[in-house]
Every structure is written in C-alpha cells, then in structure tokens.
Design a binder for this molecule. Structure first.
Ligand code: ADP
Ligand code: MG
Length: 331
C-alpha cells in the first residue's frame, strides 16, 4: 500500500505548490475563514497550513490518511462534485512522500494528532489546539529521492507557491489568507496577505482582485456577468490598454477551481482579437460556474484542466460577453 501511495503521490504532488494547493483546498472545504500558510526553503523542508475550519474528529484522523477515504462524496456521484476534494488522495499521497503531521480539533472535543512518514502511520495521540486543523508537511519527497531531483530552486518553488496561494485567494474573497516564509527559522516574514473582503459578490471580488493582481488592473477592469445555457460567466476583464506582454494576468476558474485550459484562454484571446496586437495578452479574472454535470474535472489528478460537455457554449459565452463589455466601453 505504501508503494501504491508513492506512485499515486507522483500524480497528485508534483512539487511543493501542488501540496500547498491540496492543503488550502481542504481548509476551504472545511469552511475555514482564515487560512495561514507557512513555508520554508521553497516548501521543500516545511509546508504548514493552519485553518479555523470544522476540524477532523479524533476517530476520523486515521481515516483521513487512508487511500480513497473522503468525507465529501459517497462514490456513487463522481460526476456531481461541489467541493474541491473528492478523491481522498491528497493526504495519503502527502503522507507517502513526506513527513506529515495533522493536528485537529472539532468543537466540543479535545484536539488530537496523527503522524505519517514515508507511508507509516503513528497512533493518534492527544494534542493542544484551540480549533480547526494544522497540517504540517516536512521534508517533501525525502522518501522518493528520484523526485527530489526534479524540484527547482527554492526561489522558483517559493514563486510557484505564491502563485498558487494568490489564485486560490482570488476564488475565495471572504477568506483571509496569509503566506509566511519562515526559511531560517523564527517568525519569518509575510510575503502575501489578503484580509477577508466584505460586500456583495462583485464588490468583494473587485477588492480582492485589486489586492492580488493590483490596483491598476482593478481600475481598468470591466465587470462581466453573463449566462448562457446554464453556464454563468462572471468576473473582471481589463481594457485592452491594460494588456500584458505575456499571459501572466489571466486567471480562470471553473466552479471555483483555478484552471489552466487552452480552450478557455483561446476564447479569451479571440474576444480581444480585434483590439490587441499579436504580442499583447488580455488580462482577466473570470469565473465560470455551472452545474457540475456539465463539466468534467476528472481529466487530470492535479485537477487543473477541465472538459466541458459542450465546449462551444463556454467558448461562445466568453467571446460574446467580453466583446459586449468591450463594445460598451467604447471598443
Ligand atoms: P479529499 O479532499 O479528496 O476528501 P484528502 O486526502 O484531501 O481527500 O482529505 C481526506 C479527508 O480528510 C477529507 O475528506 C476531510 O474529511 C478530511 N480533511 C482533510 N483536511 C481537512 C481540514 N483542513 N479540515 C477538516 N477536514 C479535513
Ligand atoms: Mg483534499
């Protein structure tokens, strides 16, 4: 089983940033309003995610580390997925490739802790924690030296983690995120912070995008909100004057998940085609929400690609909604 976990882990956990993504998604699934991420040495020696979510009951701690144990889906409904998690793969995978410690507390009970390293689980023991969950992952890939070699420099991995945190922060404006680099020990330094935004969907999102992408983007962004055949597209797309030399400011989400998808970025490009020269890229943060049965998120274990049942509808919606907004703005 440890070997199977290590193989699966290679799929789920490609690098420290993918571990960070899984842990933040678990925190959000748990209803957290605050998520604090600490990393050291590009996440290679330490990733710690602390949340104030619902916690894991002591009796469920060993289960959370078992393969395909998920509290989020009953297995009969793989196409109808509302939470981030549904495979029950992340924690066992992380426990197979690093030293994982989970400390958690549900309201009205005492806190408990479990450890797993290289696939070997410890007994559950009492712990001290006020509320929520702390997941600590040390020495990622220590058990799989071959994968260690594929990690990039601390700087590059730190950058990838920051990018992951920012994307998830855009999708959850009502959650407070902090990212702290504790390399070298001590308090470390906060490298990213976004306090919870209040207000309605668009106010909160606009404020969060100003925080994450930048004030200039927010000031040049057109509000988008359009629905076609059960698919809703909303968010902000920047005026062509705020385009970029690289596709660095394109953030796309499907049912709240950050995705990188050629069809969607192609549609974005097509919408701006008349207004941008070949070497300029539109900037946008766009959310596509639809019934989970209309889109397949099972394409890749890292869950970043999507397959729409009818790609033409999604593409047409993006192109027409953005062209309409650009036209309204005088383009
Ligand atoms: P999945 O998210 O696909 O269910 P994971 O391996 O990521 O699988 O997590 C296994 C289970 O552990 C989850 O279904 C959930 O019940 C529990 N869990 C993990 N992280 C947290 C957390 N931060 N807060 C509360 N429960 C958690
Ligand atoms: Mg998960």
């Amino acid at each position: 089983d440890a070997a199977i976990n290590r193989i699966a882990a290679g799929e789920v956990v490609e690098r420290p940033a993918s571990a960070v993504k899984e842990l933040i998604e678990n925190a959000i699934d748990a209803g957290a309003t605050r998520v604090a991420i600490e990393i050291a040495d590009g996440g290679k020696t330490l990733i710690r995610v602390t949340d104030d979510g619902c916690g894991i009951a002591t009796a469920d701690l060993p289960l959370a580390l078992s393969r395909h144990a998920t509290s989020k889906i009953d297995g009969s409904d793989l196409l109808n997925i509302h939470t981030f998690g549904f495979r029950g793969e992340a924690l066992p995978s992380l426990g197979a490739v690093g030293r994982l410690t989970i400390t958690s507390r549900v309201p009205g009970a005492d806190a408990a802790q479990i450890q797993v390293a290289g696939g070997t689980m410890s007994a559950v023991k009492p712990a001290a924690l006020r509320a929520g969950t702390v997941v600590e992952l040390r020495d990622l890939f220590f058990a799989t030296p071959a994968r260690l070699k594929f990690m990039r420099t601390d700087r590059a991995e730190t950058q990838a983690i920051a990018d992951t945190v920012k994307r998830l922060a855009m999708a959850e404006p009502s959650v407070t995120f902090t990212l702290r680099d504790v390399s070298g020990g001590g308090e470390g330094r906060v490298t990213f912070r976004a306090d919870r935004e209040n207000g309605d969907l668009f106010n909160a999102l606009h404020a969060r995008l100003a925080r994450v992408i930048g004030r200039e983007f927010a000031e040049n962004a057109l509000q988008i909100d359009a629905t076609r055949e059960g698919i809703r597209l909303y968010g902000y797309a920047a005026l062509p004057t705020y385009s970029r030399g690289a596709a660095v400011a394109q953030y796309l989400f499907v049912n709240g998940r950050p995705v990188r998808d050629k069809m969607l970025t192609g549609a974005l490009r097509a919408a701006y085609f008349d207004f941008l020269s070949r070497d300029r890229h539109p900037a946008a943060a766009l959310f596509i929400d639809c019934d989970p049965t209309l889109v397949d998120v099972n394409v890749h274990p890292a869950k970043s690609e999507v397959r729409f049942r009818d790609p033409g509808v999604a593409r047409g919606l993006i192109v027409s909604a953005l062209r309409h907004a650009l036209a309204e703005a005088g383009h």
